[in-house]
Write a protein that binds this ligand. Sequence first.
Ligand code: ADP
Length: 292
Amino acid sequence: MGMELRIENLSKTYANGVRALDDVCLTIPAGMYGLLGPNGAGKSTLMRTLATLQEPDGGSAQLGDIDMIGQKDKVRRQLGYLPQEFGVYPRTSAEDMLDYIALLKGLTHARERKDAVGWMLERCNLYDHRKQALSGFSGGMRQRFGIAQALIGNPQLLIVDEPTAGLDPGERNRFYNLLAEVGEQVIVILSTHIVEDVAELCTEMAIINKGRVLYQGRPQDAIAQLKGRIWEISIGKAELGGYEQRYQVVSSRLVAGRPLLHVYSPAPLSEGFAPSTPSLEDFFFTKIRSWN
Ligand code: ADP
């Protein structure tokens, strides 16, 4: 309860010279926290660092009274990590694997562990498949197992990297509900490039690009900053280049075969433009566009 994650001046430059984290400072409270950024922004580097899987060059991260860089064993007992892909799905049964992971997280009491494993299998809708080998699991079942292994042992910090890739809409919904339920008590960091996921789920968020924090705060405050500043217009395909030169084009998508542009402008635009209700997606693109 009330635990906070404080990240200060975290930096990481890879051997090839890519600066993946550039002086990142974030304060993350309990609840659902969205970490939004385009591909290559540095999200996975940050998530892997917090999950104790790689070292930063400098900076600190403090979870309650745990120093996350120096006290890795302590972090691991408080941590649930759901990576994008596990890669390996062994012939071990779901139940045995979960039991093993629970043991690693410090559930050393056999009776308690058995209860925790059974309850988690039920909660993630896998109880009927508990004796089945993970190697034979379908995509949806693998995802649910991923959630089960992340949640076992009641972690105080749950890190979820690009979770909804490859889920159908029904699975995505169930996953969201489970996360929202867990997220009331613990810190859940949801790393994604899907703006909609953050808009629907998160009470606090950050946007990062090229290793830098461009925004942190509440999604609704971000949207409020754009009030009266987003304009839309439907144009012919051939006109797109001209508009991109003259205006700060936030996004362009095809509607009935014609580009519908969202344009950023603090001053009112006439000549066919109509005011548009700003969305988190508008805010995200406004932050990461090169005209910034
Ligand atoms: P994201 O998860 O937001 O897509 P990453 O953290 O994976 O971003 O990557 C950030 C940047 O660091 C990218 O430019 C990526 O190519 C680079 N990068 C990531 N991992 C490595 C690595 N092991 N070695 C070299 N460069 C890397």
